[in-house]
Design a protein around this ligand. Structure first.
Ligand code: MF3
Ligand code: CO
Length: 265
């Protein structure tokens, strides 16, 4: 069931969303090669708790999947061929040339915010730089379609078309989602699909739109049994950007907008 949020609920989601955005801004400033992903995680957890919020992902257990243990951290830090759900570790050192996707959720006042950005460290291969730029543009184009009266898969098609025009691969088995009092609500928001299909978007729907795009040919992110991290099948790098948005009549409202990049998302 897709819920329409009230003004009051959206105000609370704005607060959770702002904490998520500020956390990513802080991490963007702090991230350096030589740090461990665990250090990033600790910075994020402390920051979120200092803002009277709770990390959304910590202890998250997917419904109906008893095979996997509850998520053990605040962040997902997914490096290079890791698509999503990289678990921070004191053994994983961030290196020059890495592409690092950082995903964070915060829960406050009964509501969640969820967003992700991909950071590039040091000198980066031109193709990887293009992958990251295009994935960010995919998110922008998806958000541009998230207006009342459009169909859900208008978002999906805008993302897919942009990625494919660069011959990048869309990860199909990981999707965006509705969000609110639960981290994952209806509807699933795929990053591929046919324009003009899917439910009609209505003002007050809140969605986490999150393109995951890869170099190479992999259309799936795969995990070893019992493990959280999901990687491309061919080992090629992937990028991930995510925002929590509210569907509005003319232009979606982005709840996790960066203050560092005030001119963009
Ligand atoms: N943004 C990701 C998602 O919506 C992060 C989830 S991590 C988890 O699926 F631990 F909560 F699963
Ligand atoms: Co999400």
């Amino acid at each position: 069931m897709i819920t329409i949020k009230s003004q009051r609920e959206i105000e609370l989601m704005r607060e959770a969303g702002a904490i998520v955005a500020m956390t990513l801004d802080m991490l963007e400033t702090e991230i350096k090669s030589g740090m461990t992903t665990k250090q990033l995680d600790q910075l994020a957890e402390e920051f979120i708790r200092d803002h009277q919020a709770v990390p959304s992902f910590l202890n998250y257990a997917p419904k109906g999947d008893p095979g996997v243990t509850p998520y053990p951290a605040t962040l997902c830090v997914s490096i290079n061929e890791e698509v999503v759900h990289g678990v921070p570790s004191a053994k994983r050192v961030i290196a020059e040339g890495d592409i690092v996707s950082v995903d964070v959720g915060a829960y406050k006042g009964g509501y969640h915010g969820d967003a992700a950005r991909t950071f590039l460290l040091g000198t980066i291969d031109e193709k990887v730089q293009q992958l990251v730029d295009v994935t960010r543009e995919c998110l922008d184009r998806g958000i541009a379609m998230a207006v009342a009266g459009n169909r859900l898969h208008d978002i999906s098609a805008a993302i897919e078309d942009h990625a494919r025009s660069f011959r990048f691969s869309v990860i199909e088995n990981m999707v965006g989602h509705g969000i609110g009092s639960e981290l994952h609500e209806d509807p699933p928001v795929p990053n591929y699909g046919r324009k003009g299909t899917g439910v009609v978007l209505r003002e007050g729907m809140t969605l986490a739109i999150e393109p995951m795009i890869a170099l190479g040919r992999s259309r799936r992110a795969v995990s070893k049994r019992g493990a959280w991290v999901a990687v491309t099948e061919d080992g090629k790098p992937s990028a991930h950007f995510e925002h929590t948005i509210v569907v509005r009549p003319a232009k979606a409202e982005v709840l996790t907008r960066s203050l560092l990049h005030a001119e963009e998302n």
